[in-house]
Design a protein around this ligand. Structure first.
Ligand SMILES: [Zn+2]
Ligand SMILES: [Zn+2]
Length: 336
């Protein structure tokens, strides 16, 4: 079978490898139909990921059809349409035993430190796949994965209907957060420095859209939150300054949810956190969010179709990387 493998940074090619086979009793074999290219795939390709190992078959946003099942599989039958989970975990450590397998001490992430789904076939344990509706096309269904990341951030922030959520940065990540948050019925304030993204944020369901370059940014956020401050801030800018800013702006008893991997230092005095009893919360990948997001897709609460800007056959990966270099794209999906 063919696969797309990064041999070393900046070197990706189509390779011929032996077709995968069912090896354990609980596995399903999937004929891959579509896979998304995500920011993290691009950073693994270019050698900027602190967690990737090489050589590596990329791909963690992967949909396909169940082609074969092992003998003890009960959740699927041949012909089911599925999306696969990004990770595998040990099921035995503290995190795993407390419903936090996404931060397992022995975490394996597909396309990062184990091989992913940029290949014609893949096998996964049945617990690592989720059924998707047959009327949802495989390319669109790829987008379920990024929405699980957004759902995780909302759920880590304990988002509820009476919250005022500040989504700081309304790019690809922020836009998914806004759409998931809308399903909670809360008030949403989007901040971005690009006018186009602010217009999009409004269209996606933000109650307020504020330009991050405004000299009165803080005052505008205060006004949009009845002078209390947002009760949850989700940081999709992910740099040291955004963290500092959100700790400043969040309201009493509020939560600041961080999603970035920036290793630089933010300067935050403890007084700011203790005096208002803030929660500073990390959010990584997802736990148990696929079924929730699939439900939002099935009920048309999330309408992701126009998020896809380009579709390429996986053997045309060079063309996909030309588009990435041009920076003029939203979501690129590969077909298999
Ligand atoms: Zn992704
Ligand atoms: Zn574990």
């Amino acid at each position: 079978m063919k696969a797309l493998r990064v041999e070393k940074p900046n070197n990706i090619s189509v390779v011929e490898i032996p077709k995968v086979r069912l090896e354990k009793d609980n596995e399903i074999l999937i004929k891959v139909k579509a896979a998304g290219i995500c920011g993290s795939d691009i950073s693994i390709y270019s050698g900027q990921s602190p967690v990737a190992t090489y050589p590596r078959i990329l791909g963690h946003e992967v949909t396909g059809i169940v082609e074969e099942i092992s003998k003890s599989v009960t959740k699927f039958k041949v012909g089911d349409h599925v999306i696969i989970k990004q990770t595998e975990s040990c099921n035995n450590c503290y995190a795993c035993k407390h419903g936090r397998d996404n931060v397992c001490v022995d975490l394996k992430v597909r396309g990062v430190n184990i091989d992913g789904g940029y290949c014609e076939y893949i096998t996964v344990p049945e617990t690592s796949a989720y059924k998707i509706p047959k009327d949802l096309d495989f390319k669109t269904a790829v987008l379920i994965e990024p929405f699980t990341i957004a759902f995780q951030a909302c759920s880590r922030g304990r988002l509820q209907k009476d919250d005022t959520l500040l989504v700081y940065g309304a790019g690809a990540l922020g836009a998914t957060v806004i759409q998931v948050a809308k399903s909670f019925g809360c008030k949403i304030i989007a901040v971005d420095i690009e006018e186009e993204k602010l217009i999009q944020a409004k269209n996606l369901g933000a109650t307020y859209a504020i330009n991050g370059k405004s000299p009165t940014l803080k005052e505008e956020i205060q006004a949009a939150s009845e002078n209390y401050g947002p009760t949850i801030c989700i940081d999709s800018v992910c740099n040291p300054k955004s963290f500092e800013f959100l700790v400043d702006i969040v309201g009493n008893a509020g939560r600041v949810v961080l999603m970035g991997f920036d290793t630089r230092v933010s300067e935050i005095p403890q007084f700011k956190i203790t005096a208002r009893e803030l929660d500073i919360i990390g959010s990584r990948l997802q736990h148990d969010k696929f079924e929730k997001v699939i439900d939002l897709f099935a009920r048309d609460i999330i309408q992701p179709k126009d998020m896809i800007s380009h579709v390429f056959h996986f053997e045309d990966i060079e063309k996909a990387f030309d588009v990435i270099a041009s920076k003029q794209f939203r979501k690129i999906v590969l077909t298999f």
